[in-house]
Design a protein around this ligand. Structure first.
Ligand SMILES: [Zn+2]
Length: 126
């Protein structure tokens, strides 16, 4: 893939990062938690947020902060030159998939395998 396309994806990723950051900040502000940056382990370890409503809110914040980490990681990969290669099999992810999901770190078949594995972990209660 040509460098120019990466710079377009970089713009997309940066816009996505801003949007996610805004959402995470807004949710944290709404939940009355410390607006200092999202530390995933801090959120999951915080037993003070045990009621169901708060858990839903926290789950959303965690999901968004994970997306945010994916976006940050993709931007870092563009800078270090490893962007566009599947992190599992090393093959090219493919322009169409990157365009649809610029933060993708795996090719479609590795992503499917990964999600199946995650789904199994989830069902096992982990
Ligand atoms: Zn792969």
């Amino acid at each position: 893939m040509a460098k120019k396309q990466y710079s377009e994806l970089k713009v997309l990723l940066k816009a996505q990062r801003e949007m996610l950051l805004d959402e995470v900040r807004a949710k944290i502000a709404a939940s009355g938690e410390d607006p200092g940056f999202v530390n995933q382990s801090k959120i999951t370890d915080d037993e003070g947020l045990a009621d169901a409503a708060a858990e839903m809110e926290v789950a959303m914040v965690i999901r968004e902060s994970q997306e945010l980490q994916e976006v940050e990681a993709a931007l870092a990969r563009i800078d270090d030159g490893s962007y566009g290669d599947c992190s599992d099999c090393g093959e090219e992810i493919g322009a169409a998939r990157l365009k649809a999901n610029p933060a993708a770190r795996r090719c479609l078949s590795c992503q499917e395998k990964y999600e199946r594995a995650q789904g199994q972990l989830f069902k096992a209660g982990l």
